[in-house]
Ligand binder design. Sequence first.
Ligand SMILES: Nc1ncnc2c1ncn2[C@@H]1O[C@H](COP(=O)(O)OP(=O)(O)OP(=O)(O)O)[C@@H](O)[C@H]1O
Ligand SMILES: [Mg+2]
Length: 469
Amino acid sequence: MSPVSLSLKAQIRQSAAHRQTQVSLKQMVNFGRNVTPYTLLRSSTFLSRELPIRLAKRISELDSLPLGLATTPSVQRIRALYEMSYADLAALPAPPLLPASLSLNLPPFEADKTIVEVDSDLDAEAWKSPPAEIPKAVLEYNREFTECITTVKTRDDRVALTMAQGLSEVKKLGQSQQISQQPNTMYPTIMPKHDEAAQNLLPFDLRAVLDRFYMSRIGMRFLIGQHIALAKTCSDPASTTPGYVGIINTRVSIREVVARASQNAHTVLQATFPNLTVLPEIKLYIATPASNPASKIDDVFFMYPPSHLHHMLFELFKNSLRATVQRHHNKAAINQISSAMLSSNALNEKNPFPPIAVVVAEGEEDVTIKISDEGGGIPRSGLPLIWSYLYTTANMESFVKDGEERRRTMAGYANQPIFYGHGFGYGIPSARLYARYFGGNLEVVSLEGHGTDVYIHVARLGDNEEPLP
Ligand SMILES: Nc1ncnc2c1ncn2[C@@H]1O[C@H](COP(=O)(O)OP(=O)(O)OP(=O)(O)O)[C@@H](O)[C@H]1O
Ligand SMILES: [Mg+2]
């Protein structure tokens, strides 16, 4: 081991001991309105301290993953990527300091108390009325920083998938080796009813560790995505869609996101069951508000990053579609492939599948989204297992190969490839993390023999801080 990597490891250990600084949706929006190179610098400065802390915490946690997971090739790969990202951030020059006068009215990020000192290189007096011309040092730092975190984010793109592969590596190892002989400490009363599920689980609960890992990853990706988008707005304001602050839409339309997520989930379903001639329909109902029963609203708007909302709906729609098709496929005509299947008129009244109903209710505190299907439900004893990241009843045979990435991209998300149903069991737990990230929640209620209801609660006020581990 070279002395360089030794000192990097020491640095990582040190960073991991620092506290993370949580942010809220509201804070991010207030901060990102009217972005200037100075706000961007403020954000860079915050992230240049915050991201290494968050990365370091994850790296040390990866080292302590149980059951040999830490040494699987997949987890080693994730660790190497995160170390590389940590090193890149550590190698950046220190951000130029701004005088306190400029930092007024900027967001109350706890971590950047230190950056309002006056830098000797920049004359504090001159900055009392900020120069019309932005100092080169500021522009240069902003550019370099944005470039660096763009690489950090790209490196992380496949991490969730890689982690899922790590889990299946351990699972395979466990099935062939001693792990299967260990006493089951996970769900003792449930397991006997679920032979097939038992094979899909590790002998003790990795859920908490994985929840922490994935939650932190959501947070880092959000912060980076937000900064990159703000940098774009700053350099090219016309490129930003009105209503957006970074990647947050201050008035996201639930109808629009439901439509996009349906389209993408239908695409996956079609790839999974290529012989279906019709697909279950996904119908949206907007609940009439109790406060105004005469109103006929047909959409609900609230502040949220649409990509997060899309992630949750897409995962849940995939599940509901699969359950519906598996339960009712004998009623559907199979093998007459219709090319226009994905167009909405193919989802017509003759559709033999019971539709998936999406009901959206707008309250003062929450927007609640209920997704109801008639896919037969989940047995009550199996319900606790769905949060485990490994519980799946997906028949891998009928699915596209593990993690295979098709050349199609998500409708509405340029360059984002669709990952087909991997059957890893990642869908529901990850959707709940997204819901919780901004103070919401996700619940699953099963009507065994009939169908499943999933409730997503989105906190409207947006002042909940990230629930970081
Ligand atoms: N709407 C539903 N109806 C019936 N069973 C469901 C429903 N949603 C989930 N399940 C059950 O819960 C399991 C876990 O779902 P989850 O979305 O977490 O993983 P998956 O769909 O198996 O795989 P992935 O989402 O990673 O591709 C599913 O395999 C299925 O058995
Ligand atoms: Mg799923």
